[in-house]
Design a protein. Structure first.
Length: 117
């Protein structure tokens, strides 16, 4: 199992869980927005490889709570920036669609929406 982690600040993360089958990755659950401690507690008995731009931020928390965790720290390639997004897009250019058809995926309400309530 592979878990991608993107930092959402205040101990929160955006996460996705995937399994590798041959040369492809298959998403095994919906993307989530969660507190890192809750996410780890929910998955602490699984063997998971953590990747992403905040896998190294929460390295100590993950290792202290999970015996079967592996953390891949590649700070240069885990940065969310135009260069790395461009590299990924270039590799997947055969799968490209026109930007008019892209839709955002919101995992939580914005802070403004939360504060309005």
């Amino acid at each position: 199992m592979i878990c991608t982690l993107i930092d959402a600040k205040n101990n929160n993360v955006y996460a996705g869980f995937f399994e590798k089958k041959g040369n492809t990755y298959r998403q095994v659950s919906d993307y989530v927005f969660d507190d890192i401690n809750h996410l780890i507690d929910e998955n602490k008995n699984k063997k998971i490889i953590f990747v992403g731009n905040c896998s190294f931020l929460y390295k100590d928390v993950i290792e202290s709570k999970m015996k079967n965790a592996e953390i891949i720290i590649d700070e240069e390639n885990n940065k969310l920036n135009a260069q790395n997004i461009g590299k990924i897009a270039f590799k997947k250019k055969q799968e490209a669609v026109e930007s008019n058809y892209l839709k955002p995926l919101y995992l939580k309400q914005s802070s403004a929406e939360d504060n309005k309530k």
